[in-house]
Design a protein around this ligand. Structure first.
Ligand code: ZN
Length: 238
C-alpha cells in the first residue's frame, strides 16, 4: 500500500514538474520558445546585451572559434581594425588580432588585442560603468591601462612560460577616471574602506565572471598597482 502511494506521488511529480520542464527546455533549445540572448549556455554571445550567467563560458567559446569571435565583434558598436596575423614565434605573436580604436568607454591609449580579449573587454565595460554609477555616483570616463601585448614571460621572469601578454590575450588595468574628474587607482584605493575601495573589489569580482585569470593586489606584490585580466587556460581569481 505504502509502496504504491509513493509510486503515484512520483508519477504526479513527473507529470506536473519534470515533463513540463523538459518540454520547455526542448522548446528553448529548438528555438520554438525565444529567450533573451545570453541567458542560455549555448549560442554565441551577443555583445550588445547584458551578460548572463554563462558569460565566461561564452567568451571561451570565442577563444575556440575565431570566426564566431569576429561575428560577435561585428555585431557590436566597437570600432576596431583587424590586423594581419602575427605568426607565433618563440611563444610571441598573435593571430586573429585587432586594434581597438574606440569603444563605449575610452581607454587611456589604443591597443592591440586578441579578438576574444577585445570582446570580453567590451562586455566588461558595461559592468564597469554600472559599478561606477552605483558605488561612486558617476559614469566612467576612461579605463587606464598599462598594456596588452608584450613579448615576455610570466612576471617578467627571464625563464619560465610565456605570459598571456605575449599573445595579446591579457590586459593590465591600473585604474579609472570618472566623468566628474575623480581618479580611482588600484595602488591607492584597493583594500580601503571607501566607495572607491568597494568599487575596486567589485571590479575584480565581476572580472572573474568574464576572464579566466584575474590577478590583483591580493595575488602578489607585482600586482599591487593593477589588475591583470587574461583569457588563458588557468582559472585564478585573486
Ligand atoms: Zn598582466
Amino acid at each position: 500500500m505504502a509502496k504504491s502511494a509513493s509510486k503515484s506521488r512520483w508519477g504526479v511529480f513527473l507529470t506536473l514538474v519534470m515533463l513540463p520542464l523538459a518540454a520547455a527546455a526542448l522548446a528553448v533549445y529548438v528555438g520554438v520558445l525565444r529567450v533573451p540572448p545570453n541567458v542560455v549556455p549555448w549560442g554565441d554571445i551577443d555583445l550588445e546585451q547584458p551578460p548572463g550567467p554563462f558569460a565566461r563560458m561564452q567568451i571561451n567559446g570565442l577563444v575556440q572559434s575565431p570566426q564566431a569571435c569576429f561575428i560577435a565583434l561585428a555585431g557590436s558598436s566597437l570600432e576596431y581594425r583587424r590586423i594581419a596575423d602575427r605568426p607565433v614565434r618563440d611563444g610571441c605573436g598573435f593571430p586573429n588580432g585587432v586594434v581597438v580604436e574606440r569603444s563605449n568607454v575610452p581607454y587611456s591609449s589604443g591597443f592591440s588585442a586578441s579578438c576574444p580579449l577585445a570582446a570580453a573587454l567590451y562586455v566588461y565595460e558595461r559592468q564597469l560603468r554600472e559599478l561606477a554609477r552605483s558605488h561612486l555616483g558617476s559614469d566612467l570616463a576612461r579605463i587606464n591601462h598599462v598594456g596588452t601585448y608584450a613579448c615576455r614571460n610570466v612576471n617578467g621572469a627571464t625563464a619560465g612560460r610565456r605570459s598571456q601578454h605575449a599573445t595579446a590575450n591579457a590586459i593590465d588595468i591600473s585604474g579609472f577616471t570618472l566623468a566628474d574628474g575623480r581618479r580611482i587607482s588600484v595602488l591607492r584605493d584597493w583594500g580601503t574602506d571607501t566607495p572607491a575601495g568597494r568599487f575596486l573589489a567589485d571590479v575584480r569580482d565581476e572580472g572573474c565572471g568574464l576572464f579566466n585569470t584575474v590577478l590583483g593586489p591580493e595575488y602578489n606584490d607585482r600586482h599591487q598597482d593593477h589588475f591583470h585580466l587574461d583569457l588563458g587556460r588557468f582559472r585564478i581569481c585573486r
